[in-house]
Structure formats: C-alpha cells, structure tokens
Write a protein that binds this ligand. Structure first.
Ligand code: FAD
Ligand code: UQ1
Length: 411
C-alpha cells in the first residue's frame, strides 16, 4: 500500500503535462504517476513518419526523461479503480491510495476487432497503419514500393484520436506518387464509416475541393470489417444499409485506421458513462460523481475532437479547477472545447483547423486558416515538436487561446 496526494494514471500527453503542473503546486513527493511504457511518443509526428519526413526515433523520448522530477513513477498498469476508498490497484498488485486522482489513459487501439487485420499487418508489407509504432514503420517503405493499383485509406466507425490523420497520410501518399510519376497508375480511395469528410463544415468544404482536384475517390458509410491478405481483399460493411450488405475491394496498398475505445481497465470501472469513457463535466473536467477525480484527454467523454491540442487547452482548465478543489474553493474555469487538427495536405502544405464544441472555427492567426499554407506546414513540422517537448510536457503550454485573443483583437 502506497499513499500520495495526487495520483495520475497515464504518462502520455495529458498525464505528463498534469504531473508537471502539480509537482510545482504540491511540491516534490506529492505526485505519483502510473504508466507501464518505457517510451513516450509524440504521436502527432506519426503522420510525418509515415510520409518519410521524420523517423520514429524523432518522435520518441524515454518515459523517464518526460516524467517530471519530483514525481514518483510506478512502472505498471492500473487495473482496478475503487473511488469509494480512493484506491487504484496495479497489475502487479500495488494499491495506491490518493486524495486526488487524474485519469489520462488515452485510447485503446482495437486492431483485433477487424478480422484478419493483425495477421495482415504482420505479414503483408502493403497493409500499414500510422496509429501503432510497430505498423507505422511499414508505411513509407510501402509508399515507395507501390507502382500501380488500388490504394485504400480507411476510417472506422468509432471515435478516434486525431480525426484528420486517416486522410493526412493519404494526401502525403498522393503527393509522393505524383512526384514519382506513378499517380496515373494508382487509384486512391478514402473509405470512411462516416457520412462526411470532416466534422467541421468550413474545413470539410475545403477538403472536398482538394479530393476532387486530386482525383481521390471518397466513399462514405463503409466500415472495414475484414482483411484477407492472401487474396488482397478488404471487406467493408455498408453502414447505411440495414440488410447487412458488405463490399469487397481489391487492394495493392491499404492504410488502416483501427477502431478505438476507452482502455479496458477504465471501461470496466465505475467511473465511466454508457459508452465507456470517463464521465466528466465537459466544461470543468471534474468527474460528475466523484469530486476529487478529474479527467483529461482522449479517455474522457468530453465531446470534442480528441487531439494533443485539445489536451493542451484542457491542461490549463484542469490546473485551475483541480487547484481550486485542493484549496477548498469552487471550480469555475470553463472549457470551450478548443481543439485543433493540422490537416497536412502535401509535403509542403497544411490547413490548420481549429474549432470549439459547436464546430465553430476558433482560429489563432488573423488569416484564413482554411487555405492550404506553407507557413502552417512549417509550424507543424518544426515548431510543434519543440513546443510539445519543451513547453507542454513541462506544464507550460495551455493552448493558443491567449494568443488568439491578442492576434484577433478587434475582429
Ligand atoms: P496518450 O498521449 O495516448 O497517453 C495515454 C497514456 O496512458 C499512454 O502512455 C498509455 O501507455 C497510458 N495507459 C493506458 N492504459 C493504462 C493503464 N491501464 N494504466 C496506466 N497507464 C495506461 N494531436 C494533435 O493535436 N495534432 C496532431 O496533428 C495529431 N496527429 C496525430 C496523428 C496520429 C497518427 C496519432 C496516433 C495521434 C495524433 N494526435 C494529434 C492525437 C494525440 O496524439 C492524442 O490526442 C494525445 O496524445 C492524447 O493524449 P492523452 O494523454 O489523452 O493520451
Ligand atoms: C497545439 O497546441 C498542440 O499541442 C501542443 C498540437 O499538437 C501537436 C497542435 O497540433 C496544435 C496545432 C496546437 C495549437 C497551437 C498553435 C500555436 C496554433
């Protein structure tokens, strides 16, 4: 049995930022973090790794180096939550008792929910996925190898992290194959379980123009359910048909975005809503039932697009509100749903989507960010990683809200 004032579950984007902020508030020795991995990845870089612009190494640091000093790290998995007795149990049987708990467990990738997919990822070099370090390293070699045929990119029927990523890699692939003179021999299609190309109207309109101009086929309401590497077939369920219709497509290249869910250990706890996500107040990030528990990032039921940019904005809200609870004051800082998705559209351009809970654009810069811009690409490639490692993980970055207010002053 261990005891601490604040316990953080998960050493990803949200967990490290939170731990850094609260080691400063509570002092060394008062914050404990549970995280099983040795490596911390800057996942937003994975689109660029898939495109061969950066390496997997560029996106990683040792977990030890990103957990703030003064924070105790238990290198283990949380498996049981007992919010009545304020205790979390790990896989190796350690019980940790806390005064305050922050849950930042991210999303679980369910590759196994698509029949044959794990096997295909293992033995077919043409089946790749940017969402998992193991399969991400296959993406660029497969882009280089493909000379002709059908290239398929999928989007599943569950919430996912970075909803733009399934198509960002498609735009990089399109640009890559054009530059290498092969594009005429390759058919590109985006097969998505959704009925729209992007959830925010402004950016969806721009992306629709782009796919049209680049001769990329978009097929809505198709959910990948099976991959057959022997016959090179991808089987999709037609989601708007009630007759159980399926559609089989031959692939020569297949980029899969897997179905995702809240992690099993969290889903099986009493802390979640019906869909299995941590049940928090979307504006204060405080658990709806247990006032000493807060949530941040992808594992919560906060109804905004799941990104590191959203986590940045949430980190500021969480710092204020959990800080208030610790000090015996009321919670009052309210999250507007800010999230951002840098939609990489080629090897030199990016549309920087930024929006709120209502899908209203909330753009930082005083220019039309719906346009493909080189400046935004450079920011994504060079500035964001710097900001992430040196600002965000150290607890100093709460998103660009302040800058937006300054730069758009008077508009
Ligand atoms: P994570 O950072 O995923 O961290 C969760 C942590 O919890 C992990 O370290 C995990 O090991 C740990 N954990 C899980 N289960 C347990 C357990 N039982 N016990 C203890 N620990 C546990 N965001 C952007 O803002 N911009 C982008 O351009 C962008 N592009 C992306 C592209 C790709 C390909 C991917 C995969 C993601 C992208 N994202 C992007 C999304 C971004 O990476 C996530 O939204 C962000 O990392 C979420 O932070 P988090 O703390 O909620 O979860
Ligand atoms: C952001 O804050 C963030 O988290 C560090 C990202 O994740 C990598 C982003 O992609 C973006 C776009 C932001 C927003 C920041 C600015 C300066 C617009």
């Amino acid at each position: 049995q261990k005891k601490c004032r604040l316990l953080v579950i998960g050493g990803g984007t949200g967990g490290c930022s939170t731990a850094a902020k609260f080691v400063r508030k509570l002092g060394a020795g008062n914050v404990t973090l549970i995280e099983p991995s040795d490596t911390h990845y800057y996942q937003p870089m994975w689109t660029l790794v898939g495109g061969g612009i950066k390496s997997l190494d560029d996106s990683s640091r040792s977990m030890k180096s990103v957990i703030p000093s003064g924070c105790e790290w238990i290198k283990d998995k949380a498996v049981k939550f007992d919010p009545i007795n304020n205790t979390v149990t790990t896989a190796h049987g350690t019980n940790v008792q806390y005064e305050y708990l922050v849950v930042a467990m991210g999303l679980q990738l369910n590759y196994g929910h698509v029949t044959g997919l794990l096997e295909a990822l293992e033995r077919d070099p043409a089946v790749v996925s940017n969402y998992w370090d193991k399969s991400l390293v296959k993406t660029f070699p497969a882009l280089q190898k493909l000379q002709s045929g059908n290239a398929i990119f999928t989007f599943p029927n569950t919430p996912i992290k970075c909803a733009g990523a399934p198509q960002k890699i498609m735009y990089l692939a399109d640009d890559f194959w054009r530059k290498n003179g092969r594009r005429e021999n390759i058919n590109i299609s985006f097969n998505t379980a959704l009925g729209v190309i992007f959830g925010v109207k402004k950016y969806a309109e721009r992306l629709s123009e782009i796919v049209k101009k680049r001769n990329i086929g978009v097929n809505f309401n198709l959910n990948l359910i099976e991959v057959k590497p022997d016959s090179k077939e991808a089987i999709f369920a037609v989601t708007n048909s009630d007759k159980g219709e399926t559609k089989s497509v031959k692939y020569d290249f297949l980029h899969v975005t897997p179905p995702m869910s809240s992690p099993d250990a969290l889903r099986e706890s009493t802390l979640v809503d019906q869909a299995g996500y941590l049940n928090v107040n979307k504006e204060t990030l405080q658990h709806v039932e247990y006032k000493n528990i807060f949530g941040i990032g992808d594992c919560t039921n906060v109804p905004t697009s799941k990104t590191a940019a959203a986590v940045a904005a949430q980190a500021g809200i969480l710092r204020t509100n959990l800080g208030a609870v610790i000090d015996g004051k009321p919670v009052q800082s309210l999250y507007n749903g800010y999230t951002s998705c840098p939609l990489v559209t080629s090897y030199s351009k990016c549309i920087l989507a930024e929006f709120d809970f209502n899908g209203q654009p909330l753009e930082t810069f005083p220019v039309d960010q719906g346009k493909e811009r080189r400046s935004m690409f450079l920011m994504k490639k060079y500035f964001m990683p710097f900001l992430y490692w040196n600002g965000m993980l150290k607890g100093y970055w709460n998103g660009p809200g302040v800058f937006r207010k300054i730069m758009r002053f008077g508009q």
